[in-house]
Design a protein around this ligand. Sequence first.
Ligand SMILES: [Zn+2]
Length: 348
Amino acid sequence: MFAKEWREFNETGELTDTLLSAVWEMNNKGYIEHKNEILPYMQKLGLLADMGEQHNKWYVPCMNKIPFPASSFTEYPASSILCYEFDVLPAGIFHRLVATCIQIPWEFFSDEDRGCIYQTVAIFVFPDLHHNIMVGMTKTDIQLQVFVTEGEVDVSTCHQIRDRIESILHNLSNTFQNNSGFHVAFKCKPAGFCDSKESAVIKESKFTRATFQCPSCPARKKHKINSSDVTKYWKQEQQKKDVDKEGKLESPAERLERTPTDKELLMVSRHIGAIFQLIGIGLEVDSATVEQIKIDYQSQGVRTQIFKILDTWRKKEGRQATVRKLLEVIKDFRGEVDFGEIERVFNP
Ligand SMILES: [Zn+2]
């Protein structure tokens, strides 16, 4: 009786809530009883995403088999193509990236009444409702391109989009900013999104000259590359932001090895909720101390209590109380806290 819904699920990955319930009902009553607990957990893992109230549907990215109609998008003004090359592309990371973007929430770019989401590419509308974001995967990398339907692509919007996508990727691949499982490369032309026949992937380190000849395209299709045309969309403005209060430049690596400031601990405490006692234990602040802090600062609210626990850890550990250590402990609880937000405190 669910033949049509099943067919749709098997082609598009879109799963109606009724079909989901029916399947679980058939297989094992245990699932359905715990549906309300299992579903949020599956969402956290990026196995499925809520398509929003009015759809009353779930999206299961790995079931989508619709091919990407590249030619529908070639006419629009677009940025260059940024590639995240992985040593080994972790299984499912693209699907989890898409599921995370849906839950930001970013709306889908639409093709008539359908959201543009295909087997290997998903297209979202940035909240400025002007820029559109294509994320896609090949065998070895995840690609990112921004396009507009009219006017020009704004460079600083691309920087913001890169920051957001990168922070999600770090979160999903379990890495920190200065120690990632991937490196950045660019396509030699703005054409050929997720298509190796149209254009080639060139490592970021090769873009040292203002102009150079494409090292990767075949002999009969050589062309000149203007470095800034490619890289301007994706420059990270780290240098400006990394100047600390003494006007000294701080690298991401240095930041991980130093002690967090009061302000940073306060910002972190904003993103830690009810599980702060567990984080206290993870930081080896003993439970008697945690209990005492709860009593002493009860009237000042949970956030002050969390701050005091983090501060106790910092005082106790001295120079061993590094940003890296703090992030490692909190990361163990990333199912319960928004780890991306906490990481952003240290990578503004
Ligand atoms: Zn080329």
